[in-house]
Design a protein around this ligand. Sequence first.
Ligand code: ADP
Length: 382
Amino acid sequence: MVDDEPKNLLALEAVLESLDLDLIRAHSGTEALRCLLKDDVAVILMDVQMPGMDGFETAALIRTREKNRNSPIIFLTAVGKTETEMFRGYEVGAVDYLLKPFSPEILRSKVRVLVELKQKSDEIEFLNQRLKEANADLERRVHERTASLEERSKDLDRSNQELAQFAAVASHDLQEPLRTLSTYLQLLEKNSPGIFKDESRQFFEIVLDSAKRMHQLINDLLSFSQVGGGERRLEKVDCALLVNKILAELKELIEEKGATISVGVMPALPAEPILLTQVFQNLIGNALKFHSGPGAKVEVSAEDRGYAWVFKIKDNGIGIDAEHFDTIFKLFKRLHSRDEYSGNGLGLSICKKVVERHGGEIWVESTPGLGSTFYFSIPCKG
Ligand code: ADP
């Protein structure tokens, strides 16, 4: 409340008393400016005619302050002022103009509305501030999280590479003494025919077979550790050619099993040829292997699903119980002893790793005793 007349200030105070507000009195424009330095106000009620700095000049100065740029000002002035003067009031940012003698009721309701407005905008400002802080906090946490994830992914890459390197070196070094062992055993037999008889012959065969299996295991472990290493090098792979090549390599086994193989129309698609070969080799190999008795039948086909090609390797072998549909894709998981069916339980793990590296999926459907169908998808766009 700014007025040079103490009695006017008293009158204003009496009118506003029932609103239960903090009322600040100023007897001049200068005093009003000083009050605004320390107090935050909801509304300024200001007399126009004051000695020294009048209401309009005070208002103009108030508006120059950032903090009070939008503080509402109601000018209080005597009747009989010209329109130009009222216009001046609006120009310096008056929100209202009340002519004396004003109605207490009207003044009270105007002040009440402006105070409520101030409270609401303070609340919004407070919430806004909280929101900004929360946002900044969130951004900082996302940033920290991303940085730590990037760091972890780099660590993982590094340790994967080290592991692949280790596997490569270890398998190379392990193959060497293994080869020496097999070679010398065979030389021993060749140079001294008949040296292994009866039981010792059996032992000789077991040692030779173990060396062969170890050789296969090391090779498969190496294949497994190499999938996923380095950048993907996609090439257009003609799957018909690829499958025919594999069938030619498996010729002996196919004849031995008396198996019939049919191959449907195969696509050419972007893939890593060596890795895709391993998938077909393992799946067709398994389809032939896990069959007891004559009449093995294997169907290889492919279906265009638009986004991907889905390959299907169907056999009429021993089948798989549904409870093992997921576990057979895990490392070293086998459902039979080696005496029943040869193998080391790495084939399907390699297939899964290769297919996932291509962005596809691998799964199986099967009925024990009736056969299994392995599916895998390879996205058309690589
Ligand atoms: P391996 O063939 O060396 O045993 P795989 O990882 O290729 O290892 O297969 C894991 C297991 O899944 C096999 O030991 C076998 O029990 C089961 N399996 C895989 N393919 C077939 C199939 N076509 N028919 C029946 N069982 C299968």
